[in-house]
Design a protein around this ligand. Structure first.
Ligand SMILES: [Zn+2]
Ligand SMILES: [Zn+2]
Length: 248
């Protein structure tokens, strides 16, 4: 009875085509699947959907619905980067994620590469990770004002390369204040938080996104969660869902 709404395909940076993902999902007893490829982001085409492919994306899912619709519910979703300018009004749902720091007119990836992340924090935040985190959470907080965004993607991805705690202390009051303000605003607007198992799967972290203290806080103020594998290959669908469903 698995459901998964954070799934990447060959339309963006996933390895598998849609139909093979549907077949795999069916073999695992999945009843509902949402595709959520990366929205077209004009300043970084390395990993996202090509603008011209978006109509094909809709068309292919429509075809799969006709073929497999009696066995599985398929949804047309998108993972909308905060800085993407593509309209999301035609999608069934949208996951809002922040993948970049915007400095002037330039965009610096947050979750691509540790060395690059460290360099960005040194160059633009004077090496102050708390200031970088404040900027990140102030940005993700702004999804509260975007009605079409229903799910918040990997809420604390800013901690991706901090699995060993060597970059900053996640118990520091400045860090906690930053994520709390964002979480509060997002929960107030009814945004759903992912329990995103991708970092956990890659053993980059000993926890999912968001970390336990954030999950506990979100829960305590009445926030809702959804399980997401954020998969880029079909074998990773529903990763660790059995483990975290209990917590939900
Ligand atoms: Zn993402
Ligand atoms: Zn994703």
């Amino acid at each position: 009875m698995y459901k998964d709404y954070h799934v990447h395909t060959t339309y963006s940076d996933g390895k598998d085509g849609m139909e093979s993902i549907v077949l795999y999902a069916l073999s695992k007893g999945c009843t509902e699947l949402g595709f959520s490829d990366h929205s077209y982001t004009f300043f970084d085409e390395s990993y996202c959907m090509k603008s011209r492919d978006i109509p094909k994306y809709f068309k292919e899912i429509k075809g799969l619905k006709a073929k497999y619709g009696d066995k599985i519910k398929l949804l047309v979703g998108v993972e909308q980067d905060f800085y993407s300018r593509k309209s999301i009004k035609n999608y069934d749902y949208a996951i809002g994620s922040v993948h970049y720091f915007k400095v002037g007119n330039n965009y610096y990836p947050i979750d691509e590469d540790k060395g690059e992340f460290v360099k960005t924090v040194e160059e633009f935040f004077g090496g102050d990770y708390y200031r970088a985190c404040e900027k990140y959470y102030a940005t993700i907080k702004k999804f509260a004002k975007r009605d079409k965004i229903s799910i918040i993607g990997h809420f604390d991805v800013i901690s991706k390369f901090n699995g060993d705690g060597s970059l900053f202390n996640e118990n520091d009051p400045r860090y906690i204040r930053a994520w709390k303000a964002a979480a509060k605003a997002l929960v107030k607007k009814g945004k759903i938080f992912e329990i995103n198992t991708s970092g956990y799967r890659k053993k980059r972290r000993s926890d999912v996104y968001p970390a336990k203290p954030i999950r506990d806080y979100v829960k305590s103020i009445g926030g809702k969660f959804i399980l997401s594998s954020d998969t880029h290959q079909k074998e990773d669908l529903f990763f660790a869902f059995d483990e975290f469903i209990k917590e939900l």
